[in-house]
Design a protein around this ligand. Structure first.
Ligand code: TYD
Ligand code: MG
Length: 462
């Protein structure tokens, strides 16, 4: 019987599909002649990585494990630190995905420049020449001797260089260019990516460095490349457009922090500038009376309150079948709120097509945005504009009641700072304007949507 040592598998160098026997054509991707034989103990295993990296294979009691070595360092960009959960963690790997042109290389070079002021940084590029990167660095005003650039795509050579240079921060731009000569000759195949990244991640863990892997995204918006890379890294970041000219950095996975914080940037001639006061950026600048169908909601995006403008439009449905067109707020939520309005206010929505948009392209998933959504729907359907200076927040129950939302105080404060004068809030809320927040706001408390609508038109100061 063959010992485990001699056992081999065949895998497709194009898609990574494994078979116990050699095949001429891969059943996974249809590629011809792509199978190679490999010893089982060499085969890729994310689990193997974890076992290898453990300092001691023996179980250890919780209280004997020290956090002394668990250090965070700043990226030099507070917006990025916030998304990372407070900064870079030594020995960790971060995958940064985004569309071409969004600014991944720029962001990474800026972080590299900041970190290189105090520590050694290696920026590895398989996409651009040294001159191209130097030109970008010049544009960004980066001129640090602590930052080295390196154009190389063979993982073995890279590891060798890393061992010599021992940088504290390594950036690979991008994973799509890496190849591992041991895994066939074509760069960019699934196995090349897996092995190449695996080796780099392992190196960063061992040497307590921080590794950034840059990746492109597919048309559908997911990170291009094998999913297993997302499992191997500690943090997955997405860099995206918001719809206005802002760029938003978010964490989709973070072993060292929450995933709901966002970082906001704006690209100008000198690179990415951090946007630190974003409160009002998701609103249209309007003067005087609002058009019908507009309501403003203060929603939480991580630990920050953003004011977003919800826009509603209703038009008679063709054939009498109502449809909802809403990609920023979930369609089922829009239908539910419209049904509540129909039932409790007697306004007809079931023969209307409903269009919902959020200015600035922000996706809104908070339940507290249901009351402003209801107001926008009311205003759209009746043609009556909501009073300007009004902001609302609350969750809608099927009975038409308005339910309280968490962290009302913070939302009130943001509303006051942005010059809103009247707040419609759930009757059961404990907080009110003036006394607790120091903001001169007029708060209107309503128990249900019918009372809410009545009160805002009665009591809004002109
Ligand atoms: P880049 O970082 O190369 O994007 P990615 O690596 O995600 O593909 O840059 C994106 C765009 O930003 C590019 O079109 C040029 C532009 N840009 C500026 O507007 N200002 C700048 O200072 C820099 C460096 C780039
Ligand atoms: Mg790039």
């Amino acid at each position: 019987m063959a010992s485990k040592k001699d056992k081999t598998v065949f895998f497709c160098t194009s898609c990574g599909h494994e078979e116990p026997k050699w095949l001429g054509r891969c059943p996974g991707c249809g590629e011809w002649n792509s199978f190679r034989e490999q010893k089982v103990q060499d085969a890729f295993s994310p689990l193997g990585m974890d076992l290898k990296e453990m300092e001691s294979p023996k179980p250890r009691s919780l209280d004997s494990i020290s956090l002394k070595d668990f250090k965070r360092r700043t990226t030099g960009l507070p917006e990025a630190d916030q998304v990372l959960g407070g900064g870079l963690v030594e020995g960790s790997a971060i995958l940064l995905g985004g569309e071409p042109g969004i600014g991944k290389s720029t962001l990474m070079l800026q972080i590299a420049g900041e970190v290189a002021e105090s520590r050694k940084v290696l920026y590895i590029s398989g996409e651009e020449s040294l001159q191209q990167i130097k030109l970008r660095a010049k544009r960004l005003g980066i001129d640090s001797s602590g930052l080295s650039l390196y154009c190389e795509s063979a993982s073995e050579t890279i590891i060798h260089t890393l061992e010599e240079e021992k940088p504290s921060l390594v950036i690979l731009d991008s994973i799509q260019t890496i190849h591992s000569p041991g895994q066939g000759l074509i760069p960019g195949t699934v196995n090349q990516l897996k092995y190449g990244c695996f080796e780099l991640i392992n190196w960063a863990r061992r040497r307590r460095a921080v590794l950034f892997l840059i990746a492109h995204v597919t048309k559908e918006g997911s990170i291009a490349g094998p999913k297993v890379i997302e499992h191997m890294v500690d943090t997955v970041l997405h860099f995206d457009h918001t719809g206005n000219d802002l760029r938003i950095l978010r964490a989709a996975k973070n072993r060292f922090g929450p995933v709901d914080e966002v970082g906001l940037f704006r690209m100008d001639g000198q690179g990415l500038q951090q946007v630190t006061e974003p409160q009002g950026l998701f609103m249209e600048n309007r003067e005087g009376q609002l058009p019908p169908g507009i309501a403003v909601a203060p929603v939480f995006e991580g630990s920050r309150v953003l004011l977003v403008e919800i826009q509603a439009l209703t038009v008679p449905a063709k054939g009498g079948v109502s449809r909802v067109f809403s990609d920023r707020i979930e369609g089922s939520r829009v239908s539910r709120v419209a049904a509540i309005m129909e039932k409790h206010l007697g306004l007809k929505y079931s023969d209307q097509d409903i269009y919902i948009n959020v200015a600035g392209g922000m996706k809104v998933s908070e339940v507290g945005a249901e009351l402003p959504l209801a107001l926008a729907l009311y205003s759209a359907r009746t043609g009556i504009p909501l009073p300007s200076g009004l902001m609302a927040m609350g969750e809608m129950s099927l009975t038409g009641e308005i339910r309280p939302v968490p962290q009302l105080k913070r939302r009130l404060k943001a509303a006051g700072e942005m010059g809103f004068s009247t707040l419609l809030i759930p009757a059961l809320s404990r907080e009110a304007g003036n006394s607790q927040t120091g903001v001169p706001l007029h708060t209107v408390k309503a128990a249900d949507i019918k009372q809410g609508i009545k009160l805002i038109f009665q009591s809004t100061p002109k």
